[in-house]
Design a protein around this ligand. Structure first.
Ligand SMILES: [Mn+2]
Length: 302
């Protein structure tokens, strides 16, 4: 059995949608496959999406399982079920481990700096002429993944390929033209209902470079104000992950990132990296930043 899976702590809608849709793709090709995750599902996977008919599969480990890794390529962060010597394919859009996997897997390593892994999966369906096997539900999942990971196409990481894939999926889903704002408002409601859990479910702990702390949290909302009012809760929650942290609060209404840092020195370091204006305890950026773009930038100027 081919087991399509992702990260070990939490997964977002891109990982969730891409695991399910790639497993469906393999099954359609006659390759028995399951989409499995033991991680927490973060707030980008809304109740509406969880209630669709298509879901993750139950997992019964077997000797001959082989693993396809989606939306993560740093092997320290793979789902706990993964056996490293049984990995047969990696599909991701995070930087840092391209060379390692290219050497190990050749063309079965597809790591591209593109808006969303779901876009890569959509293109694989097209390449094999299997677009008709994308159901309405799968289209909704993939569209949400593209919206979330490209920040409604405003993130620099967005490529024309993401936009094209989204337009084609829109036709399959036959959804309303307001799908993007409906989706992001639902995510914001989920986050505000339980901010502590939302923070915990989207916090990455990774040693990157001197410019960045090891703890980087991220939230995407339509309107930032309620969250900026909760500074104390943010501080109490993220201090549990490490002494130094930043929170990248992405506000899509204004198309800006707001960076909250654990201390002023760190906030000034981040300002050097991303520019923008410091206001009390946060940095107001001139545009939206994704965590993976911040990390890429910090690595480049190291
Ligand atoms: Mn992703």
């Amino acid at each position: 059995m081919k087991i399509v899976t992702s990260g070990n702590k939490y997964i977002d809608i891109d990982a969730y949608a891409s695991c399910i849709s790639y497993s469906n793709f393999l099954n359609q090709k006659g390759i028995p496959s399951k989409a499995v995750s033991t991680a927490k599902l973060n707030e980008s996977i809304t109740k509406k999406l969880l209630n669709l008919n298509i879901k993750l599969d139950k997992y019964m480990p077997a000797e001959d399982d082989e693993f396809v890794i989606i939306d993560v390529s740093n092997k320290n962060y793979f789902d706990n079920i993964v056996k490293e010597n049984k990995i047969i394919e990696v599909i991701d859009h995070h930087t840092g481990y391209e060379e390692y996997w290219k050497e190990k897997l050749g063309e079965k390593s597809k790591i591209e700096f593109i808006g969303s892994v779901a876009t890569i999966i959509f293109e694989l369906y097209e390449k094999e002429n299997l677009q008709e096997k994308i159901t309405k539900d799968i289209a909704y999942l993939m569209m949400s993944a593209i919206l979330d990971n490209t920040l409604n196409f405003k993130a620099k990481i967005t490529t024309p390929r993401d936009i094209t894939a989204y337009k084609k999926l829109e036709k399959i889903a036959k959804c309303s033209k307001n799908y993007a704002s409906e989706y992001f408002l639902e995510c914001q409601q989920n986050i505000e209902e339980d901010l502590k859990t939302a923070l915990e479910n989207d916090t990455k702990t990774e040693i990157i470079s001197g410019k960045l702390p090891n703890v980087i949290s991220q939230l995407t909302v339509w309107d930032k104000n309620n969250i900026l009012d909760s500074k104390q809760l943010i501080d109490d929650t993220l201090k549990n992950f490490g002494n130094e942290y930043i929170l990248n609060l992405i506000c899509l209404k204004e198309e800006k990132s707001y960076i909250i840092a654990s201390n002023d020195l760190l906030l000034h370091n981040i300002q050097e990296l991303l520019k923008g204006t410091i206001n009390e305890f946060y940095l107001e950026c001139e545009n939206v930043w994704l965590r993976k773009e911040i990390i890429k930038r910090a690595r480049e100027i190291r």
